[in-house]
Design a protein around this ligand. Sequence first.
Ligand code: LIP
Length: 285
Amino acid sequence: MSRPISQPELQTIHDVIVELAQRAGERIVSAIDKKRPDIQSKLNSVDLVTQSDKDTESLISNELKRTFPKYAFMGEETAEAESVNENGGGIFIVDPIDGTTNFIHGFPYFSISIGFCYHGTPMVGVVYNPVRRDLYSGIRGKGAWKNSMPIMQTAHPLGTLNDSLVILEWGAERANRNFQIKKEMFCAFAERARSVRSLGSAALNLCALAEGVCDVYWEGGVHSWDVCGAWPILLEAGGRILHGNTDSEARVDDRVYLAVRGGPNPAPLVQEIRTVLGHRKLEYD
Ligand code: LIP
């Protein structure tokens, strides 16, 4: 059995990645000011990457490998396979720009997301929106913060879907069974919820739940780098992240998530969403 990781070590990791996310953010914002980003497509025409994504990942990976050589690194732009439990130890999981499409369009909802997983569990996370200069962070067992102020769990109970603001994302698929399910669920939520949002950054969506400004997030197809940085933030703010297809607590690489904000009495809302989902299951390799 390897040793548990100590709170002082988690705090050190937190402080380093906060500083790094802010430094990366300044670079990304200065790239916006200079020119339209250089865009390339990955899986298809809606799955995009820019030179800023690559440069930012390289800055973050160089710094983390230099500062914490004993821990592994996985980033969206360089990962060859998704593995969150590297050698059974610690791994940094990074999305250099979560919300690349928003970044390309200048829509100010994208973030640098840096998470640290230990034995497959997200323990520390930072999500930084460099346009709004909103910095969210969390350490498991210690708390979550926005711009250095503690994020307090709301006392406002979760209600029904009818009382809820729901986030559903479209991802990078446009013509398969998963996309069909997302279309059906968009309509189902639109009919039943107070309203539906699709904002384009999984990391910031989970932070919106942590702050209590949205109630539900449902998405499939994202990866551990999209969610790992925000994971400890939402859990420390009292929220829950469940597998999107089953009743179990989610693992960071499940790729299908149903998350709810903190607050008393989440079970009836989760049950209502499960009933609306019915037989629909999003499937990813
Ligand atoms: C994005 C996610 C978003 C999802 C997009 C994309 P990226 O991350 O955060 O929720 O719907 O397809 O994966 O690719 O901008 O880092």
